[in-house]
Design a binder for this molecule. Structure first.
Ligand SMILES: [Zn+2]
Length: 63
């Protein structure tokens, strides 16, 4: 598994965990917000942009 795949699967894992939280969290379902859900969404977004950066760094090096 390369760094891009690792970063992407980390983002997927955090997304799955966030979705799992949403499923069981009333405040998130009602208002799309709670401190826990917010933190999980931030972690997912962060992992997602890290994955994107890793991907970009790799494709730019190839050109
Ligand atoms: Zn929540």
């Amino acid at each position: 598994m390369n760094a891009t795949d690792q970063a992407a699967s980390r983002a997927d894992e955090l997304y799955a965990r966030y979705m799992g939280h949403l499923y069981g969290c009333a405040p998130c379902q009602r208002e799309n917000y709670c401190p826990v859900g917010n933190r999980m969404r931030a972690a997912w977004k962060c992992a997602q942009s890290a994955a994107m950066q890793t991907y970009r760094a790799r494709t730019e090096r190839r050109q």
